[in-house]
Ligand binder design. Structure first.
Ligand code: 5GP
Length: 175
């Protein structure tokens, strides 16, 4: 099954440790808020979100959005279509977007502007992985798990042609 895996970047244990740290930090930062709405971006953030919310010791509500970027699959065009919108009402709420990877940043730029226009009390971003050298817009990430170089990665929810989402680790794949 794993013929295309090149190198493991982050093991299951290292990821678990990082998710715990992020959960602790989020718990302490939102201590004064009564509740937090955590929004996962499908499908890649699903597994990260599932682990992260179990490390947050607050009253958490969970919702998901699905988006698709126009253009081809390897380059983000910045024009984003919402395939699934939120079920929860977020006006006046504290909202945390959970993402798997930020690359050009164009997807999240669009999403944050869209969600801010719904008059949230606050909006922050938590991404497990960040490729800062690929950024094409100004985007502030509030919580980052790991910075990674410009390589195509899979695992822990992140796919290649819908495969490898169930790998417990994060790895690069062969060209
Ligand atoms: P952005 O708009 O920041 O360029 O796009 C971010 C999205 O591109 C991520 O949510 C993810 O779906 C996809 N992406 C970026 N880098 C990678 C990667 O290395 N591997 C995979 N599988 N998807 C990636």
């Amino acid at each position: 099954m794993n013929r295309e895996i090149h190198e493991v970047l982050f093991s299951e244990e290292i990821i678990a440790q990082k998710v715990k740290e992020l959960g602790n930090k989020i718990t302490s930062d939102y201590q004064k808020q009564e509740e937090l709405i955590v929004i996962g971006v499908l499908k890649g953030a699903n597994i990260f979100l599932g682990d992260l919310v179990r490390q947050i010791q607050l009253s958490v509500y969970i919702d998901f959005m699905a988006v698709s970027s126009y253009g081809n699959s390897t380059f983000s065009s910045g024009i984003v279509r919402i395939l699934k919108d939120l079920d929860l009402e977020i006006e006046g709420k504290h909202v945390l977007i959970v993402e798997d990877i930020v690359d050009t940043g164009l997807t999240l730029k669009y999403l944050t502007e869209n969600l801010k226009s719904r008059n949230v009390a606050s909006l922050k971003i938590c991404s497990l992985l960040d490729k800062p050298f690929r950024r094409k817009c100004d985007l502030n990430l509030d919580y980052i798990g790991f910075e990674i170089p410009d390589a195509f990665i899979v695992g822990y929810g992140i796919d290649y042609a819908e495969k490898y989402r169930n790998l417990p680790y994060i790895a690069t794949i062969k060209e």
